[in-house]
Ligand binder design. Sequence first.
Ligand SMILES: Cc1cc2nc3c(=O)[nH]c(=O)nc-3n(C[C@H](O)[C@H](O)[C@H](O)COP(=O)(O)O)c2cc1C
Length: 231
Amino acid sequence: MAPTLTYDEVVLGRRSIRGFKPDPVPPALIREVLALALRAPSSLNTQPWNFHVVAGAPLDRIRAGNTERNLAGVPHSREFRTQGEYAGVHRERQVEIAKQLFGAMGIARDDKDKRLDWVLRGFRQFDAPVSIVVTYDRAIHGSDIGPFDCGAVTNALVNAAWSRGLGCVINSQGIMQSPVVREHAGIPDDQVIMICVAMGWPDDSFPANAVVSRRKSVDEAAVFVGFDGED
Ligand SMILES: Cc1cc2nc3c(=O)[nH]c(=O)nc-3n(C[C@H](O)[C@H](O)[C@H](O)COP(=O)(O)O)c2cc1C
């Protein structure tokens, strides 16, 4: 597919996609998208990232194992540190996007069944035809730069995909049970699992796909220093 979108159209139009058409994604197109993403900058150009592109039966086994273990109450085994529950303004933003998504999907606050169904969809990576598991080389484990570099390349990946008409949702729900992902994707021990990206053709009839999340303004996010009199 020939790219037709400008940079602004890609970054302003992209949103997380959580409902996919069942149609497969050609591996050649995924390669094209990865080639664009791989232009992302990294610390000292070390490019510590790796991608495991999973589809078909192995992806179904990951979905099943992830769901089964989460439902059984197996504690998550994501391979990055987390900070516990969000609080304050971060919690407010988390609640805001959840309300937007649940509102679009018609999930009432007290509807436990529908809420569980939504969580289970997440564990299944929203039934996307492709999941790209992003890892980094264990040789640099412990440094914060590896995860930073993975963030840069993953953002580049979802934007490159969008430029080709593909939708993605970066998600940590899909890798909650890392041994399952490691086994069925065949990820070697010398790599650390960072995140995964569910990818496919957006289903435009899926209500949550229309949700546009809010961002802080430039004034809230940025401080300018040394620009006196230039505003
Ligand atoms: C590191 C990371 C982890 C995420 N994990 C999940 C997830 O587990 N489930 C989910 O539905 N979305 C997940 N998201 C998507 C975010 O909710 C989404 O990017 C955010 O709400 C902004 O919305 P937008 O992508 O539509 O702009 C994740 C995003 C990032 C960057």
